[in-house]
Design a protein around this ligand. Structure first.
Ligand code: GAP
Length: 449
């Protein structure tokens, strides 16, 4: 085994570096880019969609498939508008905003400490000629059908969980579940954020993976702790270092209108500690409100005690885009190598890496046997083939894409039936028999140390 360890490495310092890598390599780029983009909307390219799908599959596996007490759901994005009146979003889901009388721009009232984008010198927003704060509802609206009257108004969901509450009775009865149990879904949510920023961190269209876990009031604390620990274990399993992950309980004055208790899971981004997931005790707020607004009893009866009650809800709500962003920020390294060269590498956990292995023939003359290896391997993993450019440059391209293994087919391979497998982080190389290559890669991809 040969080794070429980097001499020095540095982490991501400025988001611009990552934004440019993501666009250049097709992870994430501005939506409608040819029209100059649209603020707060992002497209995931070939590498980005693999990263995102890997993350969603891991979540679904852990939260739904590995448990008997959680059922899955895929609801529509648009619900009956009464849903959002009952949930409190029509009334409460707003940010206090101020308008600048000079430049006519609108800012969040809690972000006036920042530099005004219109001011030539570094003047702060708070120093501008501002109106009094006014509440601005964050739900995106649309119209259904041909008429433009109030009855046609509908909302794009601001969180994925509300349909879970309105479907609670149907899912519980059809899946023959008893309390405690949960319903989970992954899907798009929409918020008319006033200041979308920090790349995908605060977007107007984003994906959430949410679990609503229904239990008796006497067990709410137990399940809150259970899910908090479970979700932290999930994030640690994605490879985040302990010093980049923390929990932050909410003060009582920052709790959302539905929450009795909340803890954020935060990640240390280059722009500071920020929330990637929220664990909330929502009490019986949602089911009680939907019972009231729909005129349908969403309570349950304990078959042993005959007690009739509205279940309490413990929620885990993780942003898929934010977690992808955290994974990319955490993985990013610029390394100075022994020969004085530099490489940019994404040290992504193999479970989320978009491409698991790249097959690289040393010469185009070796394309046929190398293609045959790729065809065999792609039955197991997402495998890329690249024969363009010198081998060093091809390694660098895969390092930037976060590919854990490169498989090189050389002229000796034809004689000894072996290939060189290079590992991304250590750049250590191993000679491996083609016959056992898929098993070898699987074992190394699944290794957790
Ligand atoms: N159902 C509860 C709920 O929606 P939230 O704290 O508003 O709670 C949960 O959102 C998660 O959704 C956040 O931790 C974050 O990861 C993600 N999220 C919320 N707003 C977002 C936005 N504008 N852009 C990207 N992700 C967002």
């Amino acid at each position: 085994m040969t080794r070429d360890m980097p001499d020095a490495s540095r982490r991501l310092e400025h988001m611009d570096e990552l934004v440019s890598l993501c666009a250049r390599r097709g992870f994430i780029f501005a939506s409608s880019e040819i029209y100059g983009g649209i603020n707060g909307f992002w497209d995931y390219g070939p590498l980005g969609v693999e990263l995102k799908n890997n993350l969603k599959s891991l979540w679904w596996q852990r939260v739904v498939r590995e448990r008997e007490d959680v059922e899955g759901l895929d609801s529509s994005i648009i619900s009956h508008p009464r849903t959002w009146e009952a949930s409190g979003h029509v009334e409460h889901f707003s940010d206090p905003m101020v308008d600048c009388r000079t430049c006519k721009r609108r800012f969040r009232a809690d972000q006036t400490d920042e530099a005004c984008p219109e001011a030539p010198s570094q003047r702060r927003v708070s120093e501008c000629d501002l109106t009094e704060p006014r509440n601005f509802n964050l739900m995106l609206q649309t119209r259904l059908g041909a008429s433009e009257d109030a009855a046609s108004l509908a909302y794009l969901r601001a969180e994925t969980c509300q349909p879970i509450f309105t479907d609670f009775k149907r899912v519980r009865e059809s899946a023959r579940q008893k309390l405690p149990f949960g319903i989970a879904q992954i899907g798009k949510a929409f918020r008319n954020e006033i200041n979308p920023r920090n790349f995908t961190f605060r977007s107007r269209e984003f994906e959430q993976a949410e679990l609503e876990f229904f239990c008796h009031g006497s067990e709410r604390e137990k399940w809150f702790q259970h899910w908090l620990e479970e979700r932290l274990a999930f994030h640690r399993g994605l490879g985040f270092d302990a010093d980049h992950l923390r929990t932050r309980p909410h003060d009582s004055d920052e709790l959302a209108h539905y929450a009795r208790q909340a803890v954020d899971v935060e990640f240390l981004f280059p722009f500071g500690w920020q929330e990637i997931e929220g664990i909330h005790d929502r009490g019986d707020w949602d089911l009680s409100r939907h019972s009231e607004y729909a005129g349908k009893d969403l309570g349950v009866t304990d078959l042993e005690t005959k007690e009739r009650f509205v279940p309490m809800v413990i929620e885990t709500s993780v942003g898929i885009d934010r977690t992808c962003l955290a994974l990319l920020c955490h993985a990013y390294r610029v390394e100075t190598l022994a020969e004085g060269d530099e490489r940019t590498v994404l040290r992504l956990h193999p479970a989320v890496a978009p491409i698991k292995a790249a097959v690289l023939p040393l010469s185009k003359k070796l394309a046929d046997p190398a293609r045959a290896i790729q065809s065999e391997l792609r039955r197991h993993f997402n495998v890329f083939y690249d024969e363009a450019g010198n081998i060093g440059r091809r390694y660098r391209r895969q390092d930037e894409a976060g590919t854990p293994f490169c498989v090189t087919y050389d002229f000796d391979s034809q004689e000894d039936g072996k290939v060189t497998v290079r590992e991304r982080d250590s750049m250590a190389q191993d000679r491996v028999a083609v016959d056992g290559l898929a098993a070898y890669l699987r074992e190394r991809l699944e290794r957790t140390d």
